[in-house]
Write a protein that binds this ligand. Sequence first.
Ligand SMILES: Cc1cc2nc3c(=O)[nH]c(=O)nc-3n(C[C@H](O)[C@H](O)[C@H](O)COP(=O)(O)O)c2cc1C
Length: 172
Amino acid sequence: MLFKEMVDARYSVKSFDGRAVEEEKLQAVLEAAGKAPTARNAQCVRIYVLKSEAAMDKARELTPCTYGAPVCLLVAYDRTEAYRYPDEDGNADSGAEDCAIVATHVMFEALEQGLGTCWVNRFSPTKAKEVFVLPKEQEAVLMMPIGYPAENARPLANHEKKKPLAEIVTEL
Ligand SMILES: Cc1cc2nc3c(=O)[nH]c(=O)nc-3n(C[C@H](O)[C@H](O)[C@H](O)COP(=O)(O)O)c2cc1C
């Protein structure tokens, strides 16, 4: 698929048919994730693949937004590796941004593989850290269920409601 076609085809999938995701497709998605740019190439992002029944049970306890997906990624980053912005008070780092770019690669490679995704922030990062026993220096940022969209899966009505460019773009 051309990139423009993928941009037009992507939507947040909120109903999966539960079919397993083939290992090679998941691998392709993870490889795309690994090629995402990160600040100073620090590569602070960590991806947890929640795939076993036990891991998916925990994912479902953390959020109501797994939507029947067979796999869910938990995207986190290591605070000690993230790029620290020098102009700030020392607390601002690139971790969340790096995770966002990685997740965007995941969304589009998944689409290329015929899969759907949904970006999920409706969970407690603190609880996720506890439940999956993440190292103390890591912060959970987002969850992303991945799978085959259910036959009746459709974009939500708000998918089409994008602001006109004139509202979000300013030429200076
Ligand atoms: C940062 C972020 C957080 C989101 N969190 C959730 C979520 O917790 N649960 C959910 O069902 N969808 C979530 N979404 C999906 C949005 O609701 C969806 O992207 C938005 O409604 C636009 O729809 P579209 O992706 O189909 O264009 C999130 C999306 C983003 C970008």
